[in-house]
Design a protein around this ligand. Structure first.
Ligand code: XIL
Length: 455
């Protein structure tokens, strides 16, 4: 733990860092013009692009066996810029026999996503459910060791490819007890959760490490408070936790409550990111979908929203028709409400700390011109857009400075060099501009356009 504090290069948002950013921003605003003020509206036409313009992602659960369904992939590729494997990274899928790991289906999803500029949420390393038979029958220190080995192996396999892991899933009991859920993992000792986080941190120090649960959305519920107390305790003792996932499976028995925003902001105030990880809502009421998105946008540390499937027929609760697309892949009213919410209003942002400069263009000599413009900047990341003139079928090469990492893109088809720092973006029919989000990882250099080529 102590070593991690010294080595960790991930940005931290302790009170002191936040104050410094705010003061610097205030000084800049006083000294310069209103050009820094964030825009008031964006005109995104897909969920992913509109979320990205707000510095968020919009994701979906994906099933590997549906990647051959072109109606499914058409929507996936068009609308989403983050993906969570629905079952393929679970323990029974990745370690079906003890010590024999199987990554085929998960790798397929990761490669589909990353080759299209989508980020991947890993789900999930340690859980009482969907355990393979061999693990279900284990207990005590043998189970603890097997669990830690599983976390280490799987997080190592996907190291660098997964931006956030649900390290531990659903470890608290329902109801009013506020207790841990009884499970074979819990019976290995109350410290099993933090042990899992430490193992994940050692295996993939750059992934954000999340605790994920359901029925933790209503701020007044005992389960919500119990998770909150655990996260507060982890932060105070330096257990490496970076984020909390709120599954947000809303239905008549556990409905959305307007204190959801309070839940998100209260957790964020502990110094963790928050993410809506498995959203579906019985009947897909447009107003409730809109509220969830507005709540996330209102909380600066809410990174994004993932819906738990694309079409109603893809849902684990298909009979509730809880998703944004109907069985034939058509947009439902809830889709329009979500898109409108993503495109409305301003975003709470940290204004840029760099003074504006003439936007850089690629060096002369290419067969088109690509101009990079700074977009919104947050405490840990920033957006850039690149506008191309002189070609409609273009290829633009952009480089970022390590340890920066491009975490999502929109309106183009990216490929990457082996370092992951040089992105070759090709036009995909979305027009003459593309965009991307760069995780700063402490480095705020502007990305460099290396070339623009017409094809
Ligand atoms: C569900 C999947 O959607 C189903 O396909 C599978 O049969 C069971 O699991 N909470 C979680 C998810 O964390 O992993 C669950 O996914 C839904 C509830």
């Amino acid at each position: 733990m102590i070593e991690r504090c010294q080595e960790d290069t991930r940005p931290r948002f302790g009170p002191r860092a936040r104050t410094a950013v705010v003061l610097a921003a205030a000084a800049l605003l006083a000294a310069t013009s209103a050009a820094f003020l964030p825009g008031t509206a964006s005109a995104g036409t897909t969920l992913g692009a509109s979320a990205a313009e707000k510095g968020r992602y919009f994701g979906t659960a994906v099933a590997a066996n549906k990647l051959s369904d072109s109606a499914y992939t058409t929507i996936l590729n068009r609308e989403f810029n983050s993906v969570t494997p629905e079952n393929e990274m679970k323990i029974d899928a990745t370690e079906p026999q003890q010590g024999r790991f199987s990554y085929g289906a998960a790798d397929q999803i990761v490669s589909h996503a990353r080759s299209r500029g989508m980020s991947v949420r890993g789900h999930t390393l340690a859980w009482h459910s969907q355990q393979p038979g061999w693990m279900q029958s284990m207990s005590g220190s043998a189970l603890r060791q097997a669990m830690l080995n599983h976390v280490t192996q799987v997080a190592t396999h996907f190291r660098g490819q997964v931006v956030a892991w649900d390290v531990v899933n659903e470890a608290f009991a329902d109801g009013s007890s506020g207790a841990r859920r009884d499970s074979n993992l819990q019976r290995t000792g109350n410290d099993w959760i933090e042990a899992a986080f430490r193992a994940a941190d050692a295996a993939d120090p750059n992934a954000k490490l999340c605790y994920n649960d359901y029925n933790t959305d209503n701020w007044t519920h005992a389960k919500t408070q119990a998770v909150y107390n655990m996260v507060r305790d982890f932060k105070s003792r330096g257990v490496p936790i970076d984020c909390v996932g709120f599954q947000s499976h809303f239905n008549n028995d556990s409905p959305y409550n307007s204190n959801y925003r309070t839940t998100l902001s209260s957790f964020a105030a502990l110094g963790v990111d928050v993410q809506v990880t498995e959203l579906d809502i019985q009947g897909a009421p447009a107003n409730t979908y809109r509220s969830v998105v507005e709540d996330c946008l209102a909380v600066a540390r809410c990174n994004g929203v993932t819906v738990w499937g694309i079409r109603d027929s893809d849902s684990w609760r298909a009979s509730q028709t809880p998703l944004l697309f109907n069985n034939s892949g058509q947009k439902k009213a809830a889709y329009d409400a979500v898109l409108a919410a993503l495109n409305t209003g301003t975003t709470p942002t940290d204004p840029p700390t760099n003074p504006p400069t003439t936007p850089p263009t690629n060096p002369p000599g290419g067969s088109c011109t690509a101009t990079l413009q700074d977009g919104t900047r947050w405490g840990d990341r920033f957006n850039s857009t690149v506008t191309v003139s002189g070609a409609s079928n273009w290829t633009v090469v952009v480089a970022v400075t390590p340890p920066q990492k491009i975490s999502s893109t929109w309106n183009g088809s990216p490929t990457w060099d082996s370092s992951g720092n040089v992105m070759t973006m090709r036009s995909n029919g979305s027009g003459n501009a593309f965009g991307f989000t760069t995780m700063a990882n402490g480095n705020w250099n502007r990305p460099v356009v290396q070339s623009c080529t017409a094809s």
